[in-house]
Structure formats: C-alpha cells, structure tokens
Design a binder for this molecule. Structure first.
Ligand code: 5GP
Length: 349
C-alpha cells in the first residue's frame, strides 16, 4: 500500500497532545505534534480522525490526528463556551518600538477588510482565524520568478530596522528596502524616490484611504508609510525586498504575489549586559545595560507576539548581538534563493 503515497501536507497551527484529548477513539494511536510541524496526511477517509505522519520523523507508522473540520468545530464550541480566548479581541501587545528612533510610535491602521470579520462573533468554523491546519507544498523560487518578500517582525528590543539596514548594506545589489513615503520636507542632500517618496499631506491621506500602504505612522507631526507599490518596484528590479513591520501587517502581506518568508527576531540579552536596578530608561540607557524590569518586558513582548502571530512565522532568529544576527540572516536569505520551502498551497496553485 505504499504505491499511492499521499501528497497532502498540512502545517499544524496548534500543538496536539493525544494523551490529553478526551475525544480521541484511541489515545495510544494518536500522533502528537507541535505548531509548525508539517504533517503528511495519509488518509482523510474518516471525517473526524485523519491518519498522518510527521515529515522528518523516522517513525513510519501513521497516527491519528483530529481532522481540520473536527478541530474547527471543537474550537468554535470552546469559543462559544468562553473557554477559548477570542483571537479577534486580543489584548494590546507591546511591540518593538526600539527599532525606531526614540519618540516614534508606529501606528498601524489596517483597513476593515484586513481585520476579517471583526464585527462578527468569530464562531464560524470556516473562519481562517481558527488555528487548525494550513495545506502546504514545497516551493522553490525559480530564476525567472520574482524573489520572495522577506518580512522581519521583532519583539521589544530586537532592533529589526538596524538588522535590515545592515544586511542590505552588505549586499545592496541583491537586497533592498521598500522606499517609504513621507510628508516631511525633503532635506538638501536627499533625492525624491531614494530616501523617501516625498508627497503632500493630501496625497498621503488619499493613498492611506485607498489602502496603498502596508503600514503607516506619524512621527513629529509628519506621516510616514510603506506602500505595496514600493515593494513591487524592488522586486521588479529582481532584488529581494526586506521589510520590517509590526506583526499586524502580516495578514496583508501573506499573498501569493509576495510569498513572504517571515522571520521573527527575538533578542537574547547576554549576562554581561544585564544590570539590577531600574535607574535608567528602558532599552538600557547607561552603557547599554538592561535591567530586570526591561528583561521582563522584553520577554512579555516576545510571548505575546508568539501567541498571536507565531503560526505565521517561518523562522525564529534569536539575536544576541548585531553581528551574529546579521550573519545568520544573511545565511537564511541565501538559502531562500537556493532551496525549497513549505508555503501555503494556495500560493502556487
Ligand atoms: P526621518 O524623518 O529622520 O528620515 O525619519 C524619522 C522617523 O520616521 C525614523 O525614525 C524612521 O524610522 C521613521 N520612518 C521612516 N520610514 C517609515 C515608514 O515607512 N513607516 C513608519 N511608520 N515610520 C517610518
């Protein structure tokens, strides 16, 4: 029966522990898995329990996993009973504001369309916000295809903008940023379309209304934003576009056109940079030292992003120092061009 090898692959969007599953017909036959694991679904004959193997697992025997439909139904029920937090009304997370110059608060006004069904109760089992499985396939970028979009998100203290700039500066012919729009006046040394696209407030507001930005925010009474078109124009030059965004923007960017590869940068603070008291400002003012309170906030921020957006992340990059994080990012980018990766099936069909 190995003649017909199943071609159905699912990325698990939740952790599954058969021994804790009261509904399973046989706990011992269950296949445990973690969010992010790729499952090869061997049969979907039963509407409630699929048989699956974990890709990369040496265990050849398939195990029972809840079907997508069944898992959705369970989640819908739990949400109705109030035992599942509603993913549509999450607590306000604390994101990385350390990646911008002090004082800038990025605000991300996504359109109503992007916050799918935000007015509803969210108990429709067909709702994409029910984290069950996502059907995936291997994808390798061909030489004649546009490079994939690389999206960096970071928790507090990750300084993803700096990381992005650094890796691009090393290889400007291969990687580039999307040139942002701004309403601030052009400085004498700046060129329109290079540092920024300089636009009037009127133009900016119109573009924002027309959903042209993946994100936009205000800084010192000027508007700044990155447009979808700016990403396209980098890709049109056959360069890999790297953007650093707040995680809210992910939904908007997860399209077949961009095929984003999402890297979540989490800082790790070495012992030598820790200090005990909170006498300095967060982010480590004095000699770049970081207090226990800062550390706690950084951890909390990483946990929140992981909970809310972890299922959209392809790769976690632990950043201890700028140089090694940059080298690791460079390695990832090189592999992206050479190797195949799992992507949602709907991106390639
Ligand atoms: P400057 O006016 O000095 O060039 O930039 C001021 C601030 O605007 C910087 O801290 C920069 O990070 C921020 N900024 C630049 N581009 C963008 C963007 O596309 N979106 C947002 N939200 N902020 C930006």
């Amino acid at each position: 029966d190995r003649l017909k090898e199943s071609k159905v692959y699912m990325r698990a969007l939740f952790d599954y522990i058969p021994l804790e599953d009261k509904a399973t017909p046989c706990q011992e036959a269950g296949l445990p898995f973690k969010r992010g694991d790729i499952l090869q679904v061997v049969t979907q004959d039963d509407p409630t329990w699929w048989q699956a193997k974990r890709v990369g697992d040496s265990n050849l025997r398939a195990g029972l996993v809840p079907s997508k439909q069944f898992q959705e139904r369970r989640l819908a029920y739990r949400m109705k009973m109030g035992t599942l937090p509603n993913p549509k009304s999450p607590k306000k997370p604390a994101y990385d504001q350390g990646c911008d110059k002090a004082g800038l608060r990025r605000s991300f006004r996504l359109s109503r369309k992007d916050r799918q069904g935000s007015s509803g109760e969210g108990s429709d089992p067909g709702d994409p916000d029910f984290l069950t499985y996502e059907e995936v396939t291997r994808y390798q970028q061909r030489p004649n295809e546009r490079p994939r979009l690389v999206v960096l998100i970071g928790s507090l203290g990750a300084r993803i903008n700096e990381l992005k700039q650094r890796v691009i500066a090393e290889n400007p012919h291969r990687y580039a940023v999307a040139v942002p729009h701004t309403t601030r006046p052009k400085k004498p040394h700046e060129k329109d379309g290079v540092e920024y696209h300089f636009v009037t407030k009127q133009q900016f507001d119109a573009d924002a209304l027309n959903n042209k930005f993946i994100e936009h925010g205000e800084y010192k009474e000027n508007q700044y934003g990155t447009s979808i078109e700016a990403i396209r124009s980098v890709q049109a030059k056959n360069k890999m576009c790297i953007v650093d965004v707040q995680p809210e923007a992910l939904k908007r960017l997860r399209t077949a056109e961009f095929k984003p590869y999402v890297i979540f940068v989490k800082p790790r603070v070495p012992e030598s940079r820790r200090r005990r008291s909170a006498a300095t400002s967060p982010g480590g003012g004095e000699h770049g030292r970081i207090t226990d309170e800062d550390l706690q906030e950084m951890r909390q921020s990483a946990i929140q992003i992981d909970q809310q957006y972890g299922h959209l992340v392809d790769r976690v990059l632990i950043k201890e120092d700028s140089a090694s994080a940059c080298a690791e990012l460079r390695g990832i980018l090189e592999r992206l061009e050479r190797e195949s990766f799992w992507v949602p099936l709907c991106w390639v069909r």
